[in-house]
Design a protein around this ligand. Structure first.
Ligand code: LMR
Length: 397
């Protein structure tokens, strides 16, 4: 039955990790997948997670199913983190949250919900965007369209072009936005641009879908939510796909959320009833452990303080690597100006390297970065910096 099938191409990001594992070169460097590494190049279990998991396992009384949308308290805690402790939306009871298997799970449920309830609308996504975004919405049978986002010459947001494109988007279409730490560019909208964008979304009758995977990795847990909160002040309806993979380091526990905000509680409840149908037909109900760990941390003052410090430490280390990277490139004799990397936020930097240069880095120097030129700064360490910058200097010559 399967003999005639062609091999599907390797995944643009996760496929790199597999190729990296197969590579026998000593001192190989993986700056592909967006996974945080500490100064020793390890992806540790956070201390707050280790402690919370021990509590959770000790207290666990059953392995019975969670509700289709997960534990409502997990949903409320998630919204408090996203929207602020005493936010107007929760005060008005206009939002509901489904616990999903990771941020990717949230996006796929959102995509199926959009297809089920809104039919033939298109989903507009930034050019460039996370390599998996188009695949997720394609898989749900939705049309995808691109709006301009990254200005390669200015190394910033092409805001005028973005605004012009979205002003032409048909009423009812969906606009996918990155809340912070834009993946792959590391370049975010400022508050004024969020305000202008929110006004366009409202005026054009578009449905915003905010992907929030890196809260805490840009400027801080609440600072990174500023754009989302501006949007919430302006529009009545939106979808938020959030992830605890990065900020709790729960990558393999697959822990995220889909939050629906409506004009009223009734509207949000109607939307959630369809989201539950989608979940039931996909994976039935969410895996419990990651959510229980998040809940334990967010409700225990001591664990929460430990976790907030750990998020801050991860952010500080990444920003330190940005500075060291730019200085080390200069010391390695690179003439081009890479100072823009210090201004970018989150795990990623758009280096401007061409596909040929990316291939050369991999084949000659065993340095793995994504084909678009996206570098995972969180994979840099003091120990691998010289090898990395020496190789880059040669490739850039
Ligand atoms: C990434 O962009 O590298 C991460 O979000 C991991 C993934 O699933 O692609």
């Amino acid at each position: 039955m399967f003999d005639h099938l062609e091999m599907a191409p390797a995944d643009a990001i996760l496929g790199l990790t597999e190729a990296f594992k197969r590579d026998k070169t000593p001192n190989k460097i993986n700056l592909g997948v967006g996974v945080y590494k500490d100064a020793n190049g390890e992806t540790p279990v956070l201390e707050s997670v280790r402690l919370a998991e021990a509590h959770v396992l000790k207290a666990e009384a059953t392995k019975s199913y969670l509700p289709i949308a997960g534990d409502p308290e997990y949903g409320a805690l998630t919204r408090a983190l996203l929207l602020g402790e005493s936010n107007a939306i929760d005060a008005e009871d206009r939002a509901l949250t489904a616990h999903t298997p990771g941020g990717t799970g949230a996006l796929r449920v959102a995509a199926d919900f959009i297809k089920r309830c809104f039919g033939e609308v298109a989903v507009w996504m930034s050019d460039p965007t996370w390599a998996n975004h188009p695949a997720i919405f394609d898989a749900a049978g939705l049309e995808t369209k691109a709006y301009p986002y990254y200005d390669a010459d200015a190394r910033g947001v092409a805001f005028d072009a973005m605004r012009d494109a979205l002003q032409e988007a048909p009423r009812g279409d969906v606009v996918l936005l990155h809340a912070c730490c834009h993946n792959p560019s590391g370049v975010d909208l400022d508050a004024e641009q969020w305000r202008a964008l929110s006004a366009i979304i409202k005026e054009r009758g578009l449905l915003p879908l905010v992907d929030f995977a890196y809260q805490g990795f840009g400027d801080g847990l609440s600072e990174d939510a500023e754009g989302l909160r501006i949007l919430c002040d302006t529009v009545a309806d939106l979808l938020i796909c959030s992830s605890y993979s990065k900020n709790f380091g729960l990558y393999r526990d697959r822990c995220g959320a889909l939050t629906v905000v409506g004009a009223s509680h009734d509207a949000a409840a109607r939307a959630m009833s369809h989201i539950e149908k989608v979940v039931r037909a996909n994976y039935s109900n969410p895996p419990a452990l990651g959510g229980a760990i998040v809940k334990e941390i967010l409700t225990d003052a001591k664990l929460r303080a430990t976790w907030e410090r750990e998020v801050s430490d991860m952010r500080t280390r990444i920003n330190g690597m940005r500075v060291l990277f730019v200085d080390s490139l200069k010391n390695a004799g690179v003439k081009q100006d890479f100072s823009f990397i210090k201004r970018q936020r989150g795990m990623f930097s758009f280096s401007g390297l061409t596909r040929e240069q990316v291939v050369e880095l991999r084949t000659k120097y065993a340095i793995y970065i994504v084909g678009s030129g996206r570098i995972n700064v969180a994979g840099m360490t003091e120990a691998n910096m010289e090898t990395l910058c020496t190789a880059l200097a040669k490739v850039l010559q």
